[in-house]
Design a protein around this ligand. Structure first.
Ligand SMILES: *Cc1c(COP(=O)(O)O)cnc(C)c1O
Length: 392
C-alpha cells in the first residue's frame, strides 16, 4: 500500500510533463537510491554544498554551481546576491533595501509570473521596452547605481535585445546579468552558451529536463557570487567566534543571521538526487527521454486508430522534446469541456493547456510510464466521444 492509497489520493495520468502542480516527473531508481543513502547520515550542509557544487560545475562545464530548491529559488538567491553583494549587514537587512542597489531591470517581453521570485527579495522591477520590441537605448538610460542586475528570459520573440547586447551594455556599467533558464537546460550546450554570451548567473530547474528531485534547482554562475550564496540561504546558527566561513573571506566577517533565502532550504537528499540526475544526463544525454518518446508513440497509435481527434507531433523549443498538438476544435468539441472531463475521471488525466486559446490541447510524455501513453489516449477518446454524444 502506498502513501497515496493510504490517504485516498488518486494518482493521475500526467500528459503535461514536468509540472509542479502534478508533482513533476517520475525519478529514476538510481536517483532515489542516492537520496535514500544521503539521508542516513549527518553532514555539514555548507561542506556538502561546496563539494557538490564543484562536481556539478565540472559536469556542466560552468564556472560555479549552488544547489537550490528550484529555479524560482535560484532566481531569488541570484537577485539577493546582486543586491547585497555579500555584505552581512545588507543580507540581514533584506527585504528592506536602504543603502543598497534595489532595482532589477527587465524587458517587458520577458515579464513572467515567476517574477515574484525577484520582487519578493525586495527588488523593484524596472520594465523597459514593449511586448514586442526593446531598443538598446532603453536599457542604457536606466542603468544607474541603484540597479542591482538585469534579468533576461530566453525564448521570447520580437525585436528584443539579445543576450549578447544585454550583457555588453550591462557590463559596461558594472551590472551583472541573471538568466531565468528554468526550462531551457538540458541541453547542457545551451547553459554553456548563456555564459559564452555574457551571463553572470543562470537559474535552472532540477525537476524539469534534468529529471532530478522536483524541489531542486541549480544556480550557476561566477564564483564571486556562488561562493557567498550560502550566506543568504543556510542555517546561520553560528557564533561569530567559532564560525568557520568556507568562502575566502578577505577580512574577518561577522556572520549574518538566517538570510531571507532561508525559507527555501535544501536537504541532503535534494543535493544527492540532483547530482545523480545530472551524472545520468551527462553519461547518456536524452537516454531518459527514450521511454517518454515511446509513450508518445503509444498516444499517437491509439488516437490514430480511433480517428476521432486529429493531432500532429512538433518539437518543444524550450524543453527540446517532442510533444503532440491535439486539434480539439477540429474534433468538434470545446477544449475546456475536454480538460474538465479528463480531470473528473476516477483516474484523473491532465494535458497541456498552453495552446487552449486556439482550440488545441497538448501532450508531453516526459512523465508517462509504461502503459500510461495508451491509457491517456484511451481517456481522451472516451471523453471526446462522450462530449460528442451529449451534443448530438
Ligand atoms: C518552471 C519555471 C520556473 C520555476 O522553476 P522551479 O524549478 O519549479 O522553481 C521559473 N521560471 C520559468 C520560466 C519556468 O518555466
Amino acid at each position: 500500500m502506498t502513501v497515496y492509497d493510504d490517504l485516498g489520493v488518486p494518482t493521475v495520468l500526467n500528459g503535461v510533463g514536468p509540472a509542479t502542480r502534478l508533482g513533476g516527473l517520475p525519478l529514476h531508481p538510481e536517483v532515489w537510491t542516492a537520496m535514500q543513502e544521503a539521508v542516513a547520515q549527518s553532514v555539514r550542509m555548507d561542506v556538502l554544498q561546496q563539494a557538490a557544487g564543484r562536481r556539478l560545475a565540472e559536469l556542466l562545464g560552468v564556472p560555479g554551481v549552488y544547489v537550490t530548491s528550484g529555479a524560482s529559488a535560484a532566481l531569488f538567491l541570484a537577485t539577493a546576491a546582486t543586491m547585497a553583494r555579500g555584505r552581512a549587514e545588507h543580507i540581514d537587512q533584506l527585504p528592506r533595501t536602504e543603502g543598497m542597489r534595489h532595482k532589477v531591470v527587465i524587458q517587458s517581453a520577458h515579464r513572467d509570473p515567476y517574477d515574484h521570485a525577484i520582487t519578493s527579495v525586495g527588488a523593484t522591477l524596472v520594465e523597459i521596452g514593449y511586448p514586442e520590441s526593446t531598443h538598446p537605448g532603453e536599457l542604457e538610460r536606466v542603468l544607474d547605481d541603484e540597479v542591482a542586475a538585469v534579468v533576461f528570459r530566453p525564448g521570447r520573440h520580437g525585436n528584443l535585445l539579445s543576450l549578447e547586447d544585454t550583457a555588453r551594455i550591462a557590463h559596461a556599467h558594472g551590472i551583472p546579468v541573471i538568466i531565468d533558464g528554468a526550462m531551457f537546460v538540458p541541453p547542457i550546450e545551451r547553459l554553456q552558451a548563456f555564459f559564452a554570451a555574457g551571463a553572470d548567473l543562470v537559474a535552472v530547474s532540477g525537476g524539469k529536463g534534468l529529471r532530478g528531485p522536483q524541489a531542486s534547482g541549480l544556480l550557476c554562475g561566477r564564483p564571486e557570487f556562488i561562493d557567498v550564496i550560502a550566506l543568504y540561504h543556510q542555517d546561520m546558527d553560528e557564533r561569530d567566534v567559532t564560525w568557520l566561513p568556507n568562502h575566502d573571506a578577505t577580512e574577518r566577517m561577522t556572520p549574518p543571521r538566517h538570510g531571507s533565502g532561508r525559507p527555501m532550504k535544501v536537504g541532503r537528499e535534494q543535493i544527492a538526487g540532483l547530482l545523480t540526475a545530472v551524472e545520468r544526463y551527462v553519461r547518456d544525454p536524452g537516454g531518459d527521454e527514450r521511454a517518454g518518446t515511446e509513450q508518445l508513440g503509444e498516444v499517437e497509435r491509439v488516437l490514430g486508430e480511433s480517428g476521432i481527434l486529429p493531432f500532429s507531433r512538433v518539437q518543444d523549443p524550450a524543453l527540446d522534446v517532442p510533444y503532440l498538438q491535439l486539434d480539439v476544435r477540429a474534433a468538434g468539441v470545446e477544449v475546456d469541456d475536454v480538460v474538465l472531463a479528463l480531470a473528473r475521471r476516477s483516474t484523473p488525466a491532465y494535458v497541456g493547456e498552453g495552446e487552449a486559446w486556439r482550440g488545441v490541447l497538448t501532450v508531453n510524455a516526459m512523465a508517462l510510464t509504461e502503459g500510461q501513453g495508451a491509457a491517456l489516449a484511451a481517456a481522451l477518446v472516451e471523453v471526446v466521444q462522450g462530449l460528442r454524444g451529449a451534443a448530438a
